[in-house]
Design a protein around this ligand. Sequence first.
Ligand SMILES: [Zn+2]
Length: 195
Amino acid sequence: MKNRVGENWCQNHLADQQVYRLLEKVDGDLVAEAREPGCVHCQGRLDRSDYARKPRGGPQWEVRFSLCCAREGCRKRNTPPSVRFLGRRVYAGLVVVLVSAMTHGLKPERVQRLREALGIDRRTLERWRQWWLGRFVNSSFWRDARARFMPPLDHQTMPLSLCLSFAVQGCERLVDLLQFLAPITTPTAWSAFVM
Ligand SMILES: [Zn+2]
């Protein structure tokens, strides 16, 4: 059971408009929360300032929720964490997580089918795989977070081990997993995750 991966749960989530709407709603909460304390640079008032961001493969989202400082002389952008967008990845966060997880459990032909259905080329998927196994597991974010997983997660099968630990077959649990990853999705945090 431990290593069994349902192709189904992946495909179900990716085809589920309700999951997309739920994630959008959670992002709405995250931007509202980030707005309250004010600008991280000067505590100035933050105004809504969303920007265009259309992820490839899957959800038809149009914008990333964001904020801008209203104070003259600062006016800096404050982009809150997101459960929809994983840093600068052009695919939605759930696509990056779920399809990467599939590479550890499914037969290559099935991975290929899934990849082609979502328009992800082979090199992109390989890059994601390397990122989870390298940059992600070696990040300070993961070093701080991994202690809360008992038994410890297998790094060799990331992010499948993470998905199984969260039991992402269920929609709410998938949202929990994406919320767990949300701190690394802001432009500032993401800079530590790219070359
Ligand atoms: Zn400011």
